[in-house]
Design a binder for this molecule. Structure first.
Ligand code: SF4
Ligand code: SF4
Length: 121
């Protein structure tokens, strides 16, 4: 019997660089396993800083100053993730970022599936 092959799905609206964003589109943020490592790390550090601010009764300005002294005004994504790739020269957000998630942590698209939805031309 011949091998069953699936048709390519590069034109599916859920297709991103070989990965599938279907589940994330249905339930944004639900799958914590696919969260961007940089955002997760920064969120953890910021939460820690806020809890310290609470303990030491720091105001917002002081918290901001501490944050900037530790991480600078602009966070260097590449310091936190080796797979980071900027979108363009003017946009330093990672090209793999989808909402707060990382496309590279989604399942790979194995070709047209029951959720396949071609883009309208
Ligand atoms: S064809 Fe299916 S697996 Fe592939 S991107 Fe579309 S929805 Fe996802
Ligand atoms: S590749 Fe980009 S989106 Fe994915 S974890 Fe790294 S920085 Fe975040």
């Amino acid at each position: 019997m011949g091998k069953v092959t699936t048709l390519p799905a590069q034109n599916c609206i859920y297709y991103r660089f070989g990965f599938c964003v279907y589940e994330e589109t249905l339930n944004p943020g639900f799958d914590v396993e696919s969260r961007c490592l940089v955002l997760m790390e920064l969120e953890e550090k910021y939460d820690h800083l806020l809890s310290q601010a609470d303990n030491f009764d720091l105001n917002q300005d002081q918290v901001h100053k501490i944050w900037v002294s530790r991480f600078g005004e602009n966070v260097m994504w590449e310091d936190f993730c080796r797979a980071y790739m900027p979108r363009s020269r003017d946009d330093d957000r990672c090209s793999s970022l989808f909402g707060n998630a990382c496309i590279k942590l989604f399942p790979e698209c194995g070709g047209r599936c029951p959720h396949y939805m071609p883009e309208r031309c």
